[in-house]
Design a protein around this ligand. Sequence first.
Ligand code: ZN
Length: 204
Amino acid sequence: MKLPICQVGEPVLRQVARPLSVDEIRSAAIRELIEHMRETMRAAPGVGLAAPQIGESLQLAVIEDRPDYIDRLPKEVRTVRERSPVPFHVIINPHLSIPEETTIEFFEGCLSLSGFTALVPRVHAVRVECLNERAEPVIIEASGWYARILQHEIDHLSGRMYIDHMHPQSFMSLENCSRYWEDKDIGEVHAILRTTGQNLSEGS
Ligand code: ZN
């Protein structure tokens, strides 16, 4: 079942979600929720969906970066974003740590801010300790676009959204992003938008 996706302004998107117990994770209700979230994410389409986005304040998110999404991108975009397929999986009660502080910036979107995008700095690599849908402990070491997806989804579980981290001057419609900005180097985008911050790739 495809579920409606909450848009920015819904209080649930700003709440800290609660962790799930092992018994809950193994329940039919959570199994069903995961199935509905998988369908909703694929229909959107999106590469991640957190439970608060469908109105459930629970520490659970689904992630999947499908080969057909990536095949559509120009090769240089795939390379610079370090984007490669990620099979469908579930993260529950995640704890994120940062092995190195290197940050990297790209335009990022969110299904709960439909139609918009902005430049968002994220750390290049993360380590996530969580449970899977069978309540087994899992450790994920990720870098590149997958690390970005994990940071984005785990933010949702703490009531945070990308607009909390973005360069505000770079907030724009997806339509205008593809019309004016998408093909530009990030350094050039910063220079034109007069974006302030410490992550300029071409000085300030
Ligand atoms: Zn989102």
